[in-house]
Design a protein around this ligand. Sequence first.
Ligand code: FAD
Length: 465
Amino acid sequence: GDFPIETDTIVIGAGPGGYVAAIRAAQLGQKVTLVEKGNVGGVCLNVGCIPSKAMISSAHRYQEAQNSEDMGVITEGVKLDFSKVQEFKESVVNKLVGGVDMLLKGNKVDVVKGEAYFAEGNKLKVMDDKQSQTYEFKNAIIATGSRPIEIPGFKFGGRILDSTGALALEEAPKKLIVIGGGYIGTELGSAYANFGTEVTILEGTPDILGGFEKQMTQLVKKNLKSKNATIVTKAMAKSAEETENGVKVTYEAKDETHEIEADYVLVTVGRRPNTDELGLEELGIKMSDRGLIEVDKQSRSSISNIYAIGDIVDGLPLAHKASYEGKVAAEAIAGEKSEVDYIAMPAVCFTEPELATVGYNESQAKDKNIEVVTGKFPFQANGRALGLNKTDGFVKVVARKEDGLVIGAQVAGNGASDIISELGLAVETGMTLEDIALTIHAHPTLGEIPMEAAEVALGRPIHSM
Ligand code: FAD
């Protein structure tokens, strides 16, 4: 028996869900303890969003350095120093992790290193190097995130990589097999294709990047193929066998068994919530079959002073969703009326071109029996996109027919990850097509494309027929 340390709000896990919740709770006057067994920043900052985007941008530079003759730039002997790619990636991660550490200190959040699990009676035990310390809390926020799913026949280790392994390679492989064409597999596959790796993506369903419209995923597939990548859909990966200097993967497609060899195989078939080692069963918290914690609109679990946010609750496993829920949970604990509403939550895929969506697409609107008008405008007809020599893609806005209320948008193209923000704002604040069309957008910018798409939906485009 150690003496319990009392705290108002204890947060478990310092990913984009947990650290944001901790800071908001502290801002609202709570005494906050944040428990983390690894680094602050969680998956997102250390082995997810941030390092993957740094690596993706190195890969783009490498690709562009070799392919800018059209624009009058002739390069010779472009080389890749992969150790520098890793160094750059690490430096970005370290800056951000250091920044989060400082923010937590500045907000007087007590950061505790160790692994946490629940004991009876509003108590949490934290184990660190065989020492255990008990905390007694008024409220707890669980934000323990997720880990990669392992499939039978593909035990992680050696030449079988999870996303963390794929981000930590010392060299760009000559050949890489990616199992699972979701956004993580496709992003990392695209990055390596840009580094010159011969990439094969094996996807079980009929298309990669499920959740994005066909018109969008087609552009990504075209781009990947132009970089020597192979995409096999409706493919079932069966087994992997390490060979002398690589790995052989057996898969089935079109009722036939195939074998391919590569230096590495990356398995990205989804993620599993970290809810199995927290003592939650003993507490009797309600969970789904998949181990997701059931919560209400304030992120509150079936136990009223325990909240859950991020990858361990239902919905898309994305960093901005975790942070958003974290703020709501902290505000709910402080007695505010905050509630989650995901209608304006964007989802982005950092492939080439980038894909982004927010709110409803046309078919989702149809499913909800909403009559819509849409307006689509191509990057090809935008001056800035032409000048950048990046003309693949389009912006599509979806609006309610009766009053032009913007209820969604899809963007495929260079900069889609940023362009989607304006459209998210439109959905969140209840703007109409007129509002977007009437807003003066600087010329020449990619930002004009949503404005043009709104004009198309209104039936009066200037720059298309
Ligand atoms: P996490 O970030 O997983 O953090 C949970 C933390 O809890 C971890 O630090 C863990 O160590 C800690 N923890 C777990 N159990 C315990 C315990 N018992 N005691 C103490 N600490 C514990 N999302 C995007 O929005 N955009 C992207 O571009 C993007 N790219 C990604 C790329 C990759 C390769 C991967 C893998 C993910 C990516 N994601 C992206 C998803 C994103 O990383 C997650 O959605 C996000 O990190 C979830 O945040 P979280 O706070 O729920 O949990």
